[in-house]
Design a protein around this ligand. Structure first.
Ligand code: ATP
Ligand code: 5RP
Length: 334
């Protein structure tokens, strides 16, 4: 840890397994610096180990397999500047290991299946994100990762997604109603009946009316905009790029949507898109483009997922600086 924090800022990143949380977390630590951020994976609060879950038929997504009392107590303690002894769930053995000491830090990120599920934990959060990946894309990514990197069979990957679905819908998906922002990852609409899932449509759903959070917009705040940026200033190969901005409603809340369908060919040209976005919480013109170009190797860096992950990271930085006051600025990316 760099220095003892005067105030702990708590961020929640929710989503199912395999929805891109690790990539998003790397972007957050890139913005704040590794020492400034402590990431807690909420799998560590599983109260049933793998064998017990198998015997009882209760999945890890089910609240009964998780110790929310301990989670709420320990996250509250960290926010109050106290150290905790956090349990550890060991994914290799499927067992619960002896606890480890976690000290408060400037930013604490709680990530996993349930950061927004329990009201006591939810109320402690200063900023929250839900990564919402459509079934079609989830299957494509899981198959790519679990078959090529983990040696699983196609039928097993599909069966595990199907087996999780009822509990996913009951306990995980419902959390998106509480998030400040939702990043939705959907199949493209630019290629009819696309099965490859190489081109994606990404939507950033931003809650309106949250104190201190100003949604980003395209061209003109509150309008509805359809924009095809391809042409002289943005190179686009097939199937091109379409962007959208407009108002909507979600779970009875007013939201505004920013959307990108398609892939950016050349991230140097992102400055053209950045120049037409407002309220993006950058510290200088071109900072968002700079951040996207820095990590072209991250998955999704050349589509809306990279763009919106960076944008949400900038919103987190703005939240941090607003909460801690002007004395504690995070360095700009230069
Ligand atoms: N934006 C993206 N575009 C394309 N592929 C992606 C994107 N984000 C993640 N992936 C791929 O999806 C897979 C899962 O991503 P990642 O490991 O980040 O998810 P996770 O939520 O951290 O998963 P888990 O909780 O199971 O560890 C990886 O193979 C990664 O390459
Ligand atoms: O959804 C998950 C969160 O990442 C895991 O399935 C859950 O944590 C159980 O882990 P394991 O399958 O290793 O016992």
């Amino acid at each position: 840890m760099v220095s003892k924090p005067d105030r702990v800022v708590l961020i929640g990143v929710a989503g199912d397994s395999g929805c891109g949380k690790s990539t998003f977390l790397r972007r957050i630590t890139d913005i704040f610096g590794e020492d400034f951020v402590t990431v807690i994976c909420l799998d560590d609060y599983h109260s049933l180990d793998r064998k017990q879950r198998k015997e009882t038929g209760i999945t890890a997504l089910d609240p009964r397999a998780n110790n929310f009392d301990l989670m709420a107590e320990q996250i509250k303690a960290l926010k109050n500047g106290q150290s905790i002894m956090k349990p550890i769930y060991n994914h290799e053995t499927g067992l619960i290991d002896p606890p480890e000491r976690i000290d408060p830090n400037h930013i604490i990120v709680i990530e996993g299946l349930h950061p927004l599920y329990d009201e006591r934990v939810r109320e402690l959060l200063d900023f929250s994100v839900y990564l919402d990946i459509s079934d079609e894309v989830k299957i494509a990514w899981k198959i790519q990762r679990d078959m090529t990197e983990r040696g699983h069979r196609y039928e097993d990957v599909l069966a595990s997604i199907n087996a999780r679905r009822p509990d996913f819908e009951a306990y995980i998906d419902t959390q998106k109603q509480y998030a400040n922002v939702v990043i939705q990852i959907l199949p493209t609409q630019l290629i009819p009946d696309d099965k490859e899932r190489k081109v994606l449509r990404i939507r950033l759903v931003q809650r309106e009316g949250i104190e201190g959070f100003e949604p980003a917009y395209l061209f003109d705040e509150g309008s509805t905009i359809y924009w095809t940026p391809c042409g002289r200033k943005l190179t686009c190969s097939y199937p091109g790029i379409k962007m959208y901005y407009g108002p909507d409603a979600s779970y009875g809340n007013e939201v505004s949507i920013l959307e990108v369908d398609g892939k950016f060919d050349n991230l140097d040209e992102m400055i053209y898109v950045e120049g037409h976005l407002s309220n993006i919480s950058t510290k200088y013109y071109g900072e968002l483009t700079h951040m996207m170009r820095e990590h072209q190797d991250y998955p999704g860096s050349n589509d809306g997922s990279g763009l919106f992950q960076v944008l949400v990271g900038l919103k987190m930085r703005a939240t941090y600086e607003r909460l801690v006051g002007s004395g504690e600025k995070v360095a700009a990316a230069v």
